[in-house]
Design a binder for this molecule. Structure first.
Ligand code: UD1
Length: 319
């Protein structure tokens, strides 16, 4: 049994990792500052994990959380492209400064490996699809810069200090527990919960932009493989499905699944937005043995079912 530290373990992706690690009989420690994470995401498993409310900006308070840890799954971050456009300084602190502290603490504690949650936003708006890890990065938002710098730090910590790191470039992860209550929430959580409430969601731009929407189980699988795969140290790997969906088509599919008769509202495109995003996942297949197990439409169905069952709890106190 190994000890895993999940940073941001009260968040959408972090808490999914925690549940899967526990299912596999591993030991789990979580740090979270509850800035975007929610205690409810861990309530069923709190008695089975060690929890520390720590902000990664405080290196000295963070250090003890790394004691005895074998693997770190570093999910803590302030997500959202538009949030970073509004407030780049906070995104920089929560993503770059926090990641640097985490890497220093992990290095000094002698952890075996750090798996870093990187982002497809690093590719920017370059026209070539699908995106290969060997393509140059070209961030077009502060958020994308912060996530790319985290990757660079991870790689440099491997080269300079011998700390094993792997960066997983997530492509628009979605699924149960993604928080739909903020204007900065992921688009699918907003579409689904609006449709379930009979409200009109907003589509920024003409809706023909596309994303490689990736169901959460696939990201969990990639993280757990990345902890132990022998040939991935210092690498950056795409985590995605290898397909892409436009927002218009996705909206139509959701309307059908939910049975809602609602039209979207079209609004001006969002600054910092990328038009198209789709991954080549050959590297993850080869080096991790990764294979997406839940594809887009099945993922949507599972996600809709979860929001249906949890709408009341999610929106009590909101809106
Ligand atoms: C970006 C990253 C993603 C990362 C996420 C973190 C890319 C390609 N993806 O996601 O890997 O996990 O940041 O925050 O850079 N939209 C609407 N209506 C809404 C909300 C959004 O039309 O109410 C549109 C956006 O304008 C965008 C698309 O939906 O075109 C996806 O937006 P969002 O879910 O916020 O994710 P990205 O910014 O693509």
């Amino acid at each position: 049994m190994a000890l895993y530290l999940v940073t941001g373990g009260a968040g959408f992706i972090g808490s999914a990792l925690v549940r899967e690690l526990l299912r596999r009989g591993e030991q789990v420690r979580v740090v979270d500052n509850f800035l975007t994470g929610k205690p409810e995401n861990l309530s069923e498993v709190l008695h089975r994990i060690e929890f520390q409310e720590v902000d990664l900006s405080d290196l000295e308070r963070l250090r003890p959380a790394l004691a005895g840890v074998d693997y770190v799954l570093h999910q803590a971050a302030l997500p959202s492209v538009p949030r970073s456009v509004t407030d780049p300084v906070t995104s920089n602190q929560m993503n770059i400064d926090a990641t640097l502290n985490l890497l220093v603490a992990a290095r000094d504690a002698g952890v075996k490996r750090v798996v870093y949650a990187a982002s497809s936003s690093a590719y920017g708006d370059t026209p070539t699809l699908p995106k290969l890890e060997s393509m140059p990065s070209n961030p077009i938002s502060p958020y994308a810069i912060t996530k790319l710098v985290g990757e660079m730090y991870a790689k440099v910590f491997t080269q300079t200090y011998g700390l094993e790191t792997v960066s997983l470039r997530y492509f628009n992860i979605f699924g149960p527990r993604q928080d739909p209550t903020s204007p900065y929430s992921g688009v699918l959580s907003l579409f689904i919960t609006s449709l379930l409430q009979g409200k009109q969601p907003t589509i920024f731009g003409d809706g023909e932009q596309s994303r490689d929407f990736t169901f959460i189980d696939n990201a969990v699988q990639a993280n757990l493989l990345a902890c132990k795969a022998p040939q991935v140290v210092g690498k950056v790997l795409n985590v995605a499905t290898g397909e892409r969906q436009t927002l218009n088509k996705t909206f139509a599919t959701l309307r059908r699944i939910i049975g809602a008769d609602v039209e979207p509202i079209y609004a001006a495109p969002r600054p910092g937005d990328i038009l198209h995003s789709q991954a080549d996942i050959t590297q993850a297949r080869q080096h991790l043995g990764y294979e997406p197990t839940v594809l887009f439409e099945e993922g949507l169905e599972k996600t809709v079912a979860w929001y249906r069952a949890n709408m009341k709890a999610l929106f009590d106190g909101h809106r």
